[in-house]
Design a binder for this molecule. Sequence first.
Ligand SMILES: *Cc1c(COP(=O)(O)O)cnc(C)c1O
Length: 395
Amino acid sequence: MKDLTQCVVNPLVSTEGFDSLSVPVHRGSTIVFANAEGYATRGDRGHTGYTYGLYGTPTTRTLEAKLTALENGAWTFLLPSGQAANSFAALPFLRAGDRMLIADTSYPPMRDFANRDLVGFGIEVDYYDPTSVADLERRIDGRTKVVWCESPGSTTMEVQDLPAIAAVAHRHGALVGCDNTWATPLNFKPLDHGADLVTEALTKYVSGHSDLLMGSLTVRSEALIAPIRSALGRYGIGVSPDDASLVLRGMETLGVRMRQASDGAMALVERLTGHPLVEEVLYPALAGSPGHAVWKRDFLGASGVFSVVFTPAATPHVSPALDVLRTFAIGASWGGTRSLMAPMPVRRNRTARPWTGEDLILRISVGLEDPSDLHDDLTAFLDDIAARTAGAQAA
Ligand SMILES: *Cc1c(COP(=O)(O)O)cnc(C)c1O
């Protein structure tokens, strides 16, 4: 080989004996074949084989296999974000004239995707009360191809009775998809409770360090693999092996991080419950919280994300009081090592139509800091809200 060729062709190096515990990062777009016959028949390799970088590398396959096992599914696809996973849980199964029913408390970008893109494609979109199987029953029909769930619901934390919802959906021939980002596959297994498709924003707890975006879509049965795989190929959706390797690394500590976050959350939840400024704490793991019974029946644990509804007098002072925080950071997204607070605009009384007004709920994600620092920060924050509320009342 001439020098310029040597620069391009990689020598074969033995991997024998290099039994590392970490997953190698395999980068690649082109996959080469041993001979012409191998290239000509590459399509026969199916969804498990390697044909082109977009369809997976040994690195992404490792992450897919780990998630498939945890979700008790048939196969997992990786997508560039949690929202992409949500979109592609629905898109391959809907055609003009079909209907999709979405839990009214779903992640807002999922609503935007449905309202703009799906409706633009001629698909009918409707929303059902996440806690009422009767409401779903009223709205579903034979044209409904996908019923979308998210449990607990974004910010307002409604826990859904997935087995009952799946029974209704399946009776009408619809698939059931569930966004499982809050619980992670450690604390809830939607496919075991009737869902056909489950998505995770790996961006949050599974990767766990607020440094990347990725989503997963796991299917219950082999029959659901081909439609999604071909849609992802047509839209050109794949993920970087470098990011997949970071998710694999973060995932090794998922169990201990979740336990620390949920213990920390419960400590703060108990402090906030009954506080004079607080109307309600929304955390399904809290006894007496709405949805606690279904959560206890179906879930295996909780995460560190909960929401706080302040009294009407205190609510306007919540956002300005965020400036006193020293340990909590102010920000959306969640599931990393840092504790976060973010005021979220929500529609109260979501199931009443038309909706009336907007309200602010404070979403808190508990991270891995020393609990006493979080405790002190929360005290300063509540004191500041109390002072501002009293000041406004005196004025
Ligand atoms: C954050 C989030 C998503 C989207 O994840 P991205 O990776 O940020 O796109 C989807 N669903 C839920 C419930 C989320 O909280």
